[in-house]
Design a protein around this ligand. Structure first.
Ligand SMILES: [Mn+2]
Length: 403
């Protein structure tokens, strides 16, 4: 059995005010090409289909098109909602779509029914658990919850970990069969990026042991691809974040985005997941990369530093010049057309760049005040040429001199 694992498409996302729609359309087409070549049995989308719970019409249209083209390949598609999605909107039409092989996870209602696929080695149970918060589980298994067993006390579910453990416990996983969980949570120890939404105080962390009943856990939520469990012993799941198909923050500039391919063989009673599941990745090449450049203004504008590179990439430039370069952003955009961010790394920014606002000492001349301000801001006194220029300027402004 072969499955393609995707997550965190974030369709409709804007990065530093740039719409990613064109980049997303491009990467989805590339993903379809890979899927066509791999001919898997199923494609998993582990949450954060959209960037917003009420996605734009363009984002919905893009996803609709992607789903249609996937379904046309006669494979099964599994989609769950992430923390950015509305669980109800992702679930819409799900029961109708099941027939065409597109499975949209229903809103969590206390139980999860697996979709059962099969191959020569028997059944493979696909469990779709959308992003849940403790309150979503407490409703069913907490105090007064409808599914609390008779005579039972209910379960506190005050943390994400206890909520997930409760949800998993009520799934009735048959360990003799192969079991794949699709979910969207933060697993303790995962390496985060700047493009994920963080929950305050780190209470969203779930220990990987919670996923022990499964052979493979296809995770979404964290945007950097990484393994959270290698499944090297029986009862230890193989757990993986496949990451986003595109870089959505400069903290991901050095990451390589890819698709994860999961191949599942025959499971025996004594097998560890790593004995019968193999993973590999297929790298993705974006329409426009997202990269960081650093150097002085004259360095980054020197032809040799950008020739042969894609100047349509999304760029973050850090200038190392001591003085601010006038209109740098506008000028740099003539070379780097999609310049997203510009900042400086120099004495001023390294010393914190904060200027204490004192009461202006009106006994000082405008020239003295300007000179003090410059020194505070830049961590060094005015240069000769700067002083001469400012003297001329303050003279003209404050002493009524001719321009
Ligand atoms: Mn996400």
């Amino acid at each position: 059995m072969k499955l393609v694992h995707l997550s965190d498409l974030h369709l409709g996302k804007r990065v530093n005010e740039y719409s990613m729609l064109e980049d997303q359309k491009f990467i989805l087409t590339q993903i379809l090409d890979v899927v066509r070549g791999e001919a898997p049995d199923g494609v998993i989308i582990a949450g954060d289909v959209y960037d917003k719970s009420v996605p734009s019409a363009e984002a919905v249209e893009l996803f609709d098109d992607f789903l249609n083209r996937l379904a046309a390949l006669h494979l099964q598609v599994f989609v769950i909602s992430g923390n950015h999605d509305s669980a109800e909107r992702i679930a819409f039409g799900g029961r109708l779509m099941d027939r065409s092989g597109v499975h949209m996870a229903p809103v969590y209602h206390g139980k999860v029914e697996p979709v059962v696929l099969s191959d020569a080695f028997g059944p493979v149970n696909i469990w779709m658990l959308p992003f849940i918060k403790p309150v979503n589980v407490r409703r069913f298994y907490g105090e007064g919850g409808t599914l609390v067993p008779e005579g039972g006390e209910g379960e506190p579910c005050d943390t994400y970990e206890s909520a997930l453990a409760t949800a998993v416990r009520h799934m009735d996983v048959n360990a003799a069969e192969r079991n794949i969980l699709i979910t969207h949570q933060f697993v303790t120890g995962a390496s985060r990026t700047d493009s994920e939404e963080q929950s305050v105080g780190g209470t969203d962390a779930v220990g990987s042991a919670v996923f022990a009943p499964f052979d493979y856990v296809a995770l979404g939520h964290i945007h950097r691809p990484q393994n959270m469990g290698r499944g090297e012993k029986p009862g230890q799941a193989m757990i993986r974040y496949c990451g986003t198909p595109l870089k959505y923050s400069f903290s991901e500039a050095k990451d390589e985005k890819s698709i994860t391919i999961v191949e599942i063989g025959a499971k025996t009673e004594v097998a560890a997941p790593a004995d019968f599941i193999t993973l590999r990745t297929v790298p993705l090449a974006p329409l426009r990369d997202l990269r960081e450049i650093r150097g002085s203004y004259s360095e980054v504008t020197d032809r040799s530093s950008y020739e042969g590179t894609n100047t349509e990439d999304y760029i973050h430039i850090t200038l190392t010049d001591e003085g601010d370069v006038p209109d740098a952003f506008i000028k740099l955009r003539q070379i780097y057309h999609q310049l997203m961010r510009l900042d400086y790394d120099n004495t001023r920014t390294r010393t914190g760049g904060t200027i204490l606002r004192e009461e202006a000492d009106l006994t000082k001349s405008p020239m003295e005040l300007m000179s003090d301000f410059y020194e505070q801001q830049n961590g060094r006194p005015l240069g000769e040429e700067q002083r001469a220029y400012l003297e001329k300027l303050t003279g003209a402004v404050f002493e009524g001199g001719a321009r």
